[in-house]
Design a protein around this ligand. Structure first.
Ligand code: AMP
Ligand code: MN
Ligand code: MN
Length: 326
């Protein structure tokens, strides 16, 4: 039998599936951000209001700046037996289930719901609700909550607004459409604590993080007539400043923010792994660049994990950028 290509589910199908099931595991991606976690927490909180059982699985611990989110204290990388039996696993904000990490127990496709906004999602779920034009998975979840008719309380609203603000860079990125601002206004009216989100996620930088930014700026290089800016961070820089991997989160945007820069890359050689963050001003599709090297993401923000040395990573990424028209 020829299997038909998976298609994008309708919001009605998703809501019906959520109504039908009684137990859920909300799954976020490795190196979690406010979108994967905020989206999962928002949907989890709403499902609990409908009387459902909800667990939260995330391989990595909750980053310091996201611990204020409601229910974040319930997030774990272990699941009780009850959650393993007939739960629906809801993957938020990942183009493939493998982004959940190796600690996730095996899950049958029948029990996978894929909620996302990445380009090139592998449509791995029984149902795939992937809206590439949405700014965030949080706003995709908002559509589902409306269809479910569940009352959005202040805790849920805070999780969704945190997701939106994470992926729009606090409303600065080009994915901030009028609709994004409208839904954000609605979330604020529902009680979302914007001030707290701003403080916890975007302000409050640790001194160590600022010192680390100094190192990264010190190592900054420009190429291709100043259109490409890249830098790196390694274990020695972390040790020298007292910072950790979490403190590298949005530094790549500083590189992209330099005058004349079209593409920025930050190479993170941390604990034996090389992860690369790519950002584009909009001229070049960095998702296509990342995909050439086994990663993924969006047109203007993408990433990958590189097998090899730091200098090999720098050479390979530059070659992939050139192949995409840098
Ligand atoms: P980051 O630079 O880590 O903030 O990631 C930017 C975007 O690329 C996010 O949407 C990620 O989900 C995506 N991304 C990062 N690393 C990978 C990877 N190894 N594979 C697929 N997508 C990735
Ligand atoms: Mn994410
Ligand atoms: Mn996202």
């Amino acid at each position: 039998m020829i299997e038909s290509k998976p298609r994008i589910a309708s919001v009605k199908e998703v809501a019906e599936e959520l109504q039908r099931r009684s137990s859920f595991v909300m799954v976020s991606h490795v190196k979690p951000d406010g979108d994967t976690l905020g989206a999962g927490l928002a949907l989890g909180l709403a499902l609990k209001k409908l009387g459902k059982n909800v667990w939260y699985f995330q391989q990595d611990s909750v980053p310091r700046n996201l611990r204020f989110l409601p229910d974040a204290e319930l997030v774990s990388n272990e699941l009780p037996q009850a959650a393993r039996e007939d739960a629906l696993y809801v993957f938020c904000d990942m183009s493939d289930w493998r982004r959940a990490g190796d600690l996730l127990p095996p899950v049958a496709r029948e029990n996978m719901l894929d909620i996302d906004h990445h380009l090139g999602n592998s449509l791995f779920g029984k149902l795939n609700f992937v809206l590439e034009n949405e700014c965030s998975t949080g706003s995709v979840v908002m559509r589902i909550l409306r269809e479910l008719g569940v009352a959005i309380d202040a805790r849920i609203a805070t999780c969704i607004l945190a997701a939106i603000m994470t992926d729009t860079g606090a409303f600065m990125h080009s994915n901030t459409t009028p609709e994004v601002l409208e839904v954000s206004a609605e979330l604020m009216r529902l009680g979302a604590d914007k001030e707290r989100i701003t403080r916890e996620i975007f302000a409050n930088k640790r001194v160590a993080a600022t010192r680390l930014l100094g190192c990264i700026i010190g190592a900054m290089r420009f190429a291709h007539d100043g259109r490409y800016c890249y830098s790196y961070v390694d274990d020695a820089m972390l040790a020298q400043t007292g910072a950790d991997g979490e403190d590298t989160e949005d530094t790549v945007n500083v590189l992209l923010g330099q005058e004349g820069v079209d593409v920025a890359a930050l190479f993170k050689a941390i604990e034996g792994e090389i992860r690369v963050s790519l950002r584009s001003s909009g001229r070049l599709n960095v998702q296509a660049v990342a995909r050439l090297l086994g990663g993924g993401g969006h047109f203007r923000a993408a990433g990958l994990t590189f097998e090899g040395t730091l200098s090999e990573a720098i050479v390979s990424v530059e070659a992939a950028l050139v192949a995409q028209g840098l």
